[in-house]
Design a protein around this ligand. Sequence first.
Ligand SMILES: Cc1cc2nc3c(=O)[nH]c(=O)nc-3n(C[C@H](O)[C@H](O)[C@H](O)COP(=O)(O)O)c2cc1C
Length: 187
Amino acid sequence: MSKKVLIVYGTRFGNTEEVSIKFKQILEENGFTVDLVNLKAKKKVKPNITDYSGVLIGSGIRIARWTKEAKKFLKNNVKAINENQILTGIYVCSGEASNPDERPAVIKKYLVDVFKEYSLNLGENVLYDAFGGVFDLSSTSNLGWMNKRMLRMAAEEDPNIVLNERRDYRDWDQINSFLDPFMRRLE
Ligand SMILES: Cc1cc2nc3c(=O)[nH]c(=O)nc-3n(C[C@H](O)[C@H](O)[C@H](O)COP(=O)(O)O)c2cc1C
């Protein structure tokens, strides 16, 4: 019987969703069965993580915050992860992580500090990483006017944000290799 993996994610503009869909595809290509859950979807599903061999939890970052749904999922499942040593991969899509030099600081701020806040034990069963994000100020952007306004203001200080353009700083090699140790541990 193939091993089951749960992927849950919270996304505001679809970037973490694309990463999560890619993870589903890679896992399925490697023989795993995958349930993919958008935590912000209207139709609520409450997966039980103890039904799975491994779980992936993803969130986008906006104004220094995870989506509230992804944070709530982590909070509600920390006990099960700690007690059952469930293999868990946690990732964020973060504009600040777009610059590889910034990644260690982003990992601390948006991952390690969050794990401390929720008392998630950082055992060998927990893998985590910060991926770059997308800044979309193009004419086809799905950001609302308020988000665009905030990005335009941030563009004055951050050369990665370019007016009227979509800049995608996700490193797909980094993203694809995140699953290597995860899948190895499930073999
Ligand atoms: C209004 C706004 C605020 C943002 N604030 C942050 C931030 O505080 N830190 C950060 O790393 N990235 C920030 N970003 C960049 C997002 O992390 C990036 O767009 C990411 O790809 C979003 O992922 P999502 O589409 O899955 O939500 C911001 C983006 C927008 C539009």
